[in-house]
Design a protein around this ligand. Sequence first.
Ligand SMILES: [Zn+2]
Ligand SMILES: [Zn+2]
Length: 102
Amino acid sequence: MLVLWPNCQLCGCDLPPDSGEALICSMECTYCRSCNAATLHDVCPNCGGNLESRPIRPKLEYRPGEGLAHNPAGTQRKMTRYSAEEIIGLSARLSGIAPKDR
Ligand SMILES: [Zn+2]
Ligand SMILES: [Zn+2]
C-alpha cells in the first residue's frame, strides 16, 4: 500500500492525504508542486525518477476495510538528505531526459 507521507521532503510543507499539491516518485518520495516548479522539474532528488500527482485516499469507508480510518497516512516527517547544489545538479542532468529513458 502506498504510504502517504505527511510533508514535502524539500521545503517541509504539510501534504495531508487529501492534498492536491502532493507529488510522488515510484519510491514514495514526496514533494509539493511549488518545489517541483521552482527546483525539481520532475526529477526526484533522491532517486532520479519522475514525479506524478499523488492520489488522495478516500476519507470514507466506501468498501469494507477501506478508507483513511482503516489505512491511515504515514506520520514520520522526512527530508531529502541532498544539498541544494546536489539537487539542482541532478535535476539539470535528468530533466531533459524522458522518464522512460532514465
Ligand atoms: Zn515543497
Ligand atoms: Zn524518488
